[in-house]
Design a protein around this ligand. Structure first.
Ligand code: HEM
Ligand SMILES: *[C@@H]1O[C@H](CO)[C@@H](O)[C@H](O)[C@H]1NC(C)=O
Length: 276
């Protein structure tokens, strides 16, 4: 039950990013990020004024039935945008590995696609929701504890992952696993971040002040998260006559599959080794 209002809050954020409307209101005094040519916050206002309400109602219902969907949707949106741009290519059949990297490497990669340190810190806050499998953090527990991890937390994780290669999972945010809030940053302050890439945000002098700020000011986190999601949602976005609307989400349309696909971008190669 506690997760319900939070899921609704997340929906606001996700729906804003997906439908790209009413963000200026949500983004508050700081204003909204610039839009790629061909995108408009008003696009649906005349031709489908109910678009946002329909998406919102559908997601609200789906997430009420399964709160894990909020995390899954959020993550798939991120993966879609980081692999070849936000074009739904993540839905095509493919495999990806899971790894993490040091913050400076992530930052220099993000800079290439127009994201900055603020975006990295805010977007990583998505780890306030969802789960992670032992394989995503077990190298921080074995053969010995990562010294940057709180001892109590490491012991807690070992109840779930008692040795290497156990097929189990745990919540990303130990404090409020199903609530979209700023507790992820409180975790980091307490050295209870699950992934190295997350804990690094608090270790690195460049990102530490923002981690602290978001930990004490949830509104500041929400504000930056909306802005960063709108930015992320426009990475190499296809507009106008570019791309295609697939009849089957997992397969390119037959007529175009022969050789009309986008080239596998530098983003794809870089991110598969660094981020995903
Ligand atoms: C910055 C680099 C990032 C790294 C290295 C990273 C890494 C990971 C890893 C290792 C997992 C656990 C996967 C598993 O073991 O099942 C995970 C889960 C998740 N990630 Fe990230 N992530 C990053 C950024 C993001 C961003 C930008 C978002 C969204 C805005 C995001 C949203 C999520 C969510 C919601 C989950 C939970 C998925 C679920 O429960 O189904 N991550 N991430
Ligand atoms: C999986 O994790 C739970 C706690 O989250 C634990 O009780 C259980 O023993 C773990 N399973 C294995 C095979 O270690």
């Amino acid at each position: 039950m506690a997760s319900f209002p939070s899921a609704a809050r997340l929906l606001l954020l996700v729906a804003a990013a997906l439908v790209l409307s009413s963000v200026s209101a949500a983004a508050g005094a700081g204003g909204s990020p610039p839009l790629a040519k061909g995108l408009s916050f008003e696009f649906y206002r005349a031709r489908c004024p109910q678009a946002e309400a329909i998406v919102f109602a559908f997601l609200k219902d789906a997430i009420r039935k399964d709160v894990g969907l909020a995390a899954a949707l959020l993550r798939i949106h991120f993966h879609d945008c980081f692999v070849q741009g936000c074009d739904g290519s993540v839905l095509l059949d493919r495999t990806n590995g899971v790894d993490s990297e040091k913050v400076p490497v992530l930052l220099s990669f993000l800079a290439k696609i127009g994201l900055n340190a603020d975006d990295l810190v805010a977007l990583s806050g998505a780890h306030t929701l969802g789960i992670a499998h032992c394989g995503s953090f077990e190298e921080r527990l074995f053969p010995k504890d990562d010294p940057t991890m709180d001892k109590f937390f490491a012991g807690h994780l070992k109840l779930t992952c008692p040795r290497l290669k156990v097929d189990n999972f745990t919540a990303n945010d130990i404090r409020t696993p199903d609530v979209f809030d700023n507790k992820f940053y409180v975790d980091l302050l307490n050295r209870q971040g699950l992934f190295t890439s997350d804990q690094d945000l608090h270790t690195d002098a460049k990102t530490k002040p923002m981690v602290t700020r978001f930990a004490v000011d949830q509104a500041a986190f929400f504000d930056q998260f909306v802005k960063s999601m709108v930015k992320m949602g426009q990475i190499n976005v296809l507009t106008g006559n570019q791309g295609q609307i697939r009849t089957d989400c997992s397969v390119p349309n037959a007529a175009r599959s022969a050789g009309d696909e986008l080239p596998w971008s530098v983003v794809e190669t870089a991110v598969e080794t660094l981020v995903l």
